[in-house]
Design a protein around this ligand. Structure first.
Ligand SMILES: NC(=O)c1ccc[n+]([C@@H]2O[C@H](COP(=O)([O-])OP(=O)(O)OC[C@H]3O[C@@H](n4cnc5c(N)ncnc54)[C@H](O)[C@@H]3O)[C@@H](O)[C@H]2O)c1
Length: 437
């Protein structure tokens, strides 16, 4: 089959390669010439496991270009950003991609939208644009099939996750199923267009609300002298409870955005909006922790560890670090940032030594695995404070290195034992004092 994939970003490019690997002839189309040149040169990031091997196997059947060719099937994976001032989906890229496809649409072709969109978009926006090709509604197939892959394990999950396929009618869903079955090993579930679009949004909204609940629990735990991390672990022993982890806020281009797409056409969304607010305001809570840790320090310097929106990825889109930095700087706090994975960020990223030299407080925002290997004894801090917003570091080790440690969601503060006392308490670990802040 000849397949055209429009939009060669995080989702479109691996999808195109998996289809090529399954034996199809794949033309990748992107309006950004730099992307097309880079992919045709074979300049592929090794950030995603399995990606380089997949490219080596599939590149013979993959080619990128800026023009849409004639093909048997078209898959649209273009961005659907949030129009932030109005909290509504911006569908300009989808419209323009559908228009490009319409100009090459022939009888019997299949068009699949993969971009995340408000319910009704494929039926009300994409199909009418495709009809402008001159074909009648029964002369082409249209489907919606979103992606559920997690950044950092995209190739494996694209292959193994179950997927939901919505069809313009049953034949469209079946045609799309045939196409995806060529590389997906998970089960392909068929439904109608609107339901498939809706499912993508409720999955991420469910996760956003679960995180918001965990964040609310974390703040209530702090007010009650309780450690949310211990409480959550024990609550999750209940067979029907699965509370998410609290943290400094929600980022990325899915969980922080998709709930707004769900509310586009509805007035029944109080809980969803509240959850968005809870998560959006977690950076304020983190800044309050920073102010408390540095309150007696003149011109405090703070080091942000991790600006990616989640651990072990290089993606800083919608990261809560943005808001933490902005709010802290507005308080007169000097902020330095270190993230060994992120390549592009609005603020300069420094090496660990540069970012921590003379710093008064380290704030762990992203739980990259590599941060667990930091030796706190080697940091040339002016004052030794650590705020761990993800509860992911070895706190005993940091306290042993002289740091005062505060963990989000835990009212206790871990303080190092003063040296003189430590020498008196023979045989006991340094971390023995748990002082309520
Ligand atoms: N990244 C994820 O993890 C993820 C997961 C599930 C769903 N999605 C959804 O998938 C869609 C794509 O996301 P992404 O992260 O791959 O985006 P991306 O920004 O990484 O890539 C999109 C690409 O589309 C290109 N493009 C824009 N208009 C085009 C057009 N008319 N024709 C051809 N190319 C065009 C852009 O130049 C860009 O290279 C979005 O709707 C997103 O919400 C993303």
């Amino acid at each position: 089959m000849k397949i055209c994939v429009l939009g060669l970003g995080y989702i479109g490019f691996p999808t195109a390669l998996l289809l090529a690997d399954a034996g199809h002839e794949v033309i990748g189309v992107d309006v950004n010439e730099a992307v097309v040149d880079r992919l045709n040169r074979g300049s592929i990031s090794d950030e995603e496991p399995l990606m380089l091997n997949l490219y080596r196997r599939a590149s013979g059947r993959f080619h990128a270009q800026t023009e849409v060719p004639y093909a048997d099937a078209f898959i649209i994976c273009v961005p659907t950003p949030l129009q932030k001032d109005m909290h509504v989906a911006s569908l300009e890229y989808v419209k323009s991609a559908a228009t490009m496809v319409a100009s090459k649409l022939r009888e019997g072709n299949l068009v699949v939208l993969e971009s995340t969109v408000p319910p009704g978009t494929t039926a009300k926006l994409v199909v009418p644009i495709l009809k402008s090709s001159g074909l009648g509604p029964d002369q082409f197939y249209a489907a919606y099939c979103s992606e559920r892959a997690i950044p950092g394990n995209v190739i494996y999950e694209m292959t193994h996750n179950d997927r939901i396929i919505g069809g313009k009618e049953w034949q469209s869903a079946s045609k799309a199923k045939e196409l995806y079955a060529s590389f997906v090993r998970g089960t392909l579930h068929l439904t109608d267009l609107n339901t498939a679009e809706f499912i993508k949004l409720i999955e991420n909204t469910y996760r956003d609300i679960n995180i918001a609940l965990a964040n609310e629990f974390a703040k209530i735990a702090e007010d009650n002298g309780i450690n949310i991390w211990e409480a959550r672990e024990l609550a999750n022993k209940h067979p029907r409870v699965n509370i998410a982890k609290p943290g400094p806020g929600v980022g990325g281009h899915c969980i922080a955005i998709d709930p707004w797409f769900l509310t586009d056409n509805s007035m029944s969304c109080q809980l969803i909006k509240s959850a968005r607010d809870v998560n959006d305001y977690m950076p304020n809570h983190v800044v309050r922790m920073i102010k408390s840790a540095t309150k007696d320090i003149e011109n405090p310097i703070v080091t942000i560890l991790g600006v990616a929106y989640k651990g072990n990825v290089s993606d800083a889109r919608e990261t809560p670090a943005h808001r933490i930095i902005k709010l802290a700087e507005n308080e007169g706090i000097h902020v330095r940032c270190h993230d060994p994975l992120v390549k592009h960020f609005e603020k300069e990223l420094e090496t660990l030594n540069e970012a921590t030299s003379n710093s008064d407080c380290v704030v762990l925002v992203t739980d990259h695995d590599v941060f667990r290997t930091i030796n706190p004894l080697q940091l040339a801090m002016r004052n030794k404070n650590l705020i761990d917003t993800r509860n992911c570091l070895d706190h005993d080790m940091w306290v042993g290195a002289g740091f005062t440690v505060k963990v989000l969601g835990n009212s206790e503060m871990l303080r190092p034992v003063p040296e003189i006392e430590a020498t008196q308490v023979k045989g006991k670990p340094l971390v023995e004092q748990r002082i309520t802040s």
